[in-house]
Design a binder for this molecule. Structure first.
Ligand code: SAM
Length: 679
C-alpha cells in the first residue's frame, strides 16, 4: 500500500528538524490514536504537537532508562556490599537492633530512622520534572516558565511543568502511555480530553511583527508600540482584594481535586451582585460564576493595580487624547473602545487573546478594515448572576432518575443508554466524536427554520405580558425547542464522558475580526468545522426580565443587541418573575457577543442544554454548527428577529446578512424569497 501522503509529509517535516523517522514513528502513532486521526491538530503550527510528543516520548524513555540503570546500579552495589562485607550481612540478620559502624557504607544505620532511601516513585517524579524541559527545541526560550506568575517550584507542587516551544504543558508525571501529553493550542478532540491541569493564569507569550508604519496592538498584557513593550492592564490585572472563592466544606460533592463544595455557600455567592466599579472587583470567575460552581480551583488573588483604569486605554498610543470610550458607563472595562491618532498609518490591528487567558485556547482578534479596536467588555467564560435571578438549585433536586450515579467512564460507549439519555428519548444527543448527532441536529434546525414544523407553547401566565402590565393577556407563544441533557457531577461517569460537551468549554480555534460588509465585528473559525460541532455558549449576565427591562430603559435606541430570553423551559409550570431569565452579553460576556445575525441559513444554531439544573427556567444556550464550516468562514446565527415588529420598537438593525432568505429584504439586497424556500 502506498504510504499516506500526510505521514510522508510529517516525516519530511521532522527530517528537516533533524529528527529521524524511527523517533517520529511511535510518537506519531500515539498522537493519531489520541486525536482520533485528526491530522489538522497534528499538522498545525508546523507539527509543533508532534515535535513535543517526540521529545516527551524521548524523555519518558530516558527517564525509564535512567531509572533502570539506577536500579541496576543499586542492585550491583548491594551485591558488591554483600560480597565485600559478609560480616555486615550476618549482623543485618542477627543483630538488627544494634547499631554498627560499617566501613563499607557509613551512612547505613541498621534498624534506625536514618536509613533513608529515595522511594522509587519520588525518584521517578523528580527525574520527570527535571527532564521535562530537556530535549525540547534548543533555540526556543522557556517563555512560559519565565513569564508565569508562579515559579517553577510552585508549579511542580501542583504537578504541572510549564515549558516547551509550543506552550506545551507537561501534565503531572509525563506518562505518554497514560494519554497525558502536551496539549495542542486548539485543544484535544472532545472525546480525548485527558486529565489536563490547566495553568491558572495563562502567560502572555504573543509576539507580533513590527514595522515602522505598523501599529500592532497585542492584548492582553503587552502592547507593542514602535518597538517598545509596555504593560497594559487586562482583566486579570483588575482583580482586587475582594476575592471570594467557591470553596466550602461539608455537604456537596467531592470533586476530583478533593475539594468539597458547599452548595449553601455557593448559592449565596450566586446571588451576590456585581459591583459595577470593576477597579476593585475580585476575580469574577470565582465570585459569581454559575455552572462553574464546582469546577474552579480557587485562584490566588492577583495583585491589585491601583491605577485608574479609565485612563489606560489598550490603544495607548502617543496621542492619548484620541482615546474614545463607548459610553457604557462601566469603569475599568477590559478593552476600552478607542481610535488611533489619525497621523498613524494603520495596516493591521490585532491582538493575541481576547479572552485574556480565560479560555483553553487563545482567541485572537484582527482588524484589517479600519482603526477600531474591540469594544469594551469584561470577558467571562461562565454566566454571572447579576442580582435577583433565581438560579438556585440543589443536588437534592436532581433525583437519581435525572442523572446516572451508577455509570462510570464514558456513558456514550455504554451499550445501554443511561438515565441521562432518557431525556433525549433514550438516545444521547452527541456522537462518539463529540458532535451533535445528525438526526437530532436536523430536528432542531427544522423546528426553527421550517414554518410547518415550527410550533409554539403558550404559558398560562406569561412573564413577558406580566412585565408589560397585562398579566391576563394571552401569551404570544414561545418557540418549542429540543433540549440536550448533559451528564453532570451527580452522575457516576468521568469528567471526560462524551455526554459532557458544552460544560467543557470552547475547544475550536476562533478569531474575532472586523467584517467587510459593515456589520462591525464578527467571529470566524480558523479551522474547518464538521456539522454538529460545539462552538461556544451564549455567556453573559443572568438577569430577570424585570432587570433587563430596567436596563433597557436607559439604553440608547439603536444600540447593539446582546440579549436573549431563556424561555425554552417556560412550558413546564407557571414561571415566577425571578425565574423569567435573560442573558445579557453587553458588559460581561464571552466571544458570543461578536457573533452576527444571519437570516434563516446561518451556520450556527442555538440549542438549550440542561447541565446542572433540572428546572429548565435556567439552562445553557449552546451554539453548534448546522453544516460543515470552512476555515475563515464567518460564524453566524439567526437571532430570530422579527424585523418588521422590532423596527417599530426601534430595536432592529438594518440587516446586512446577505442571505437570499433575508427577512429584512428591502435593505439587505436579499432576493425576494418565501420562507418555504428555505434551506
Ligand atoms: C451581538 S452583536 C454582534 C457583534 C457586532 N457586530 C459588534 O461589532 O460588536 C449584534 C449587533 O451586531 C450588528 N449586526 C449583527 N448582525 C448583523 C447583520 N446581519 N447586519 C447588520 N448588522 C448586524 C447589529 O448592530 C447588532 O445589534
Amino acid at each position: 500500500m502506498a504510504p499516506n501522503p500526510r505521514v510522508k509529509a510529517a516525516f519530511a517535516a521532522m527530517k528537516s528538524l533533524g529528527i529521524p523517522e524511527d523517533r517520529v514513528k511511535p510518537a506519531l502513532k500515539k498522537l493519531l490514536q489520541i486525536y482520533e486521526k485528526n491530522w489538522e491538530l497534528i499538522e498545525e503550527e508546523s507539527y509543533s504537537v508532534l515535535v513535543d510528543a517526540i521529545f516527551e516520548y524521548d524523555n519518558i524513555k530516558m527517564v525509564d532508562e535512567k531509572r533502570k540503570s539506577h536500579l541496576e546500579e543499586e542492585e550491583h552495589e548491594a551485591q558488591e556490599q554483600e560480597f565485600q562485607c559478609p560480616l555486615k550481612r550476618l549482623r543485618h540478620r542477627n543483630q538488627e537492633n544494634e547499631p554498627i559502624a560499617s566501613s563499607c557504607n557509613p551512612t547505613l544505620h541498621i534498624g534506625g530512622a536514618a536509613l533513608i532511601q529515595p522511594k522509587q516513585e519520588e525518584f521517578h517524579h523528580q527525574l520527570v520534572q527535571n527532564e521535562c524541559n530537556k530535549g525540547k527545541m534548543p533555540d526556543m526560550p522557556n517563555e512560559v516558565s519565565q513569564n508565569k506568575g508562579e515559579n517553577q517550584s510552585e508549579a511542580k507542587d501542583k504537578g504541572v511543568i510549564f515549558g516547551g516551544p509550543s506552550k506545551g504543558v507537561c501534565i503531572k508525571e509525563a506518562n505518554f502511555d497514560s494519554g497525558a501529553i502536551c496539549l495542542p493550542k486548539n485543544g484535544l478532540p472532545v472525546s480525548n480530553q485527558v486529565a489536563l491541569t490547566k495553568p491558572e493564569d495563562e502567560p502572555f507569550t504573543g509576539e507580533a511583527p513590527l514595522n515602522e508604519n505598523l501599529i500592532v496592538l497585542v492584548l492582553p498584557g503587552k502592547e507593542k508600540i514602535a518597538g517598545e513593550d509596555r504593560d497594559v492592564p487586562t482583566s486579570s490585572h483588575l482583580h482586587g482584594e475582594d476575592t471570594e472563592c467557591l470553596k466550602g466544606s461539608g455537604i456537596g460533592c467531592n470533586d476530583p481535586g478533593d475539594r468539597t463544595i458547599n452548595f449553601g455557600e455557593m448559592q449565596d455567592m450566586l446571588h451576590k451582585p456585581i459591583r459595577e466599579n470593576t477597579s476593585n472587583v475580585g476575580p469574577d470567575k470565582e465570585n459569581l460564576s454559575v455552572p462553574s460552581i464546582t469546577t474552579d480551583i480557587c485562584q490566588e488573588s492577583t495583585p491589585r493595580i491601583d491605577k485608574d483604569v479609565t485612563n489606560s486605554c489598550a490603544c495607548n498610543v502617543e496621542n492619548t487624547e484620541s482615546v474614545q470610550y463607548d459610553g457604557t458607563g462601566l469603569q475599568g472595562t477590559l478593552f476600552p473602545h478607542c481610535e488611533a491618532p489619525s497621523n498613524v498609518h494603520y495596516s493591521l490591528l490585532k491582538g493575541d487573546d481576547i479572552s485574556s487567558g480565560e479560555e483553553r485556547a487563545n482567541i485572537s482578534w484582527v482588524n484589517e478594515m479600519n482603526s477600531v479596536a474591540p469594544p469594551s467588555f469584561r470577558y467571562t467564560p461562565q454566566n454571572l448572576v447579576f442580582k435577583d435571578a433565581s438560579v438556585r438549585f440543589t443536588f437534592a433536586q436532581i433525583n437519581d432518575g435525572g442523572c446516572c450515579p451508577s455509570c462510570s467512564g464514558d456513558c456514550l460507549s455504554s451499550t445501554i443508554p443511561c438515565a441521562c439519555a432518557y431525556a433525549n428519548d433514550g438516545e444521547f444527543a452527541y456522537s462518539i466524536r463529540g458532535l451533535v448527532k445528525e438526526s437530532f441536529l436536523d430536528e432542531c434546525i427544522a423546528l426553527v427554520r421550517e414554518p410547518k414544523r415550527r410550533s409554539h407553547f403558550h404559558c398560562q401566565e406569561c412573564p413577558l405580558e406580566r412585565l408589560k402590565g397585562h398579566p391576563l393577556k394571552t401569551c404570544n407563544g414561545h418557540l418549542k425547542r429540543k433540549f440536550i441533557k448533559e451528564c453532570w457531577r451527580k452522575c457516576g461517569c468521568s469528567k471526560q464522558c462524551g455526554n459532557r460537551v458544552v460544560q467543557r468549554g470552547i475547544s475550536c480555534s476562533l478569531q474575532v475580526f472586523m467584517t467587510s460588509e459593515g456589520k462591525g465585528w464578527g467571529l470566524r473559525t480558523l479551522n474547518d468545522l464538521p456539522k454538529g460541532a460545539f462552538v461556544c455558549e451564549f455567556i453573559g449576565e443572568i438577569l430577570t426580565n424585570i432587570e433587563v427591562n430596567e436596563r433597557n430603559v436607559n439604553t440608547v435606541e439603536g444600540g447593539k443587541m446582546y440579549q436573549v430570553i431563556l424561555d425554552s423551559g417556560w412550558d413546564t409550570a407557571s414561571v415566577m418573575d425571578d425565574e423569567a431569565l435573560c442573558l445579557d452579553a453587553t458588559h460581561y460576556a464571552n466571544i458570543v457577543r461578536f457573533i452576527n445575525h444571519r437570516c434563516n441559513d446561518a451556520n450556527l444554531i442555538e440549542i438549550p442544554v440542561e447541565v446542572e439544573s433540572p428546572k429548565r427556567h435556567y439552562y445553557h444556550l449552546a451554539l453548534f454548527t448546522t453544516r460543515k464550516v470552512q476555515a475563515k468562514e464567518e460564524l453566524t446565527w439567526d437571532y430570530g428577529i422579527d424585523f418588521e415588529g422590532d423596527k417599530l420598537s426601534g430595536k432592529a438593525f438594518q440587516c446586512l446578512c446577505g442571505s437570499k432568505f433575508c427577512r429584512n429584504q428591502k435593505t439587505s439586497g436579499g432576493e425576494d424569497c418565501q420562507l418555504e424556500d428555505q434551506p
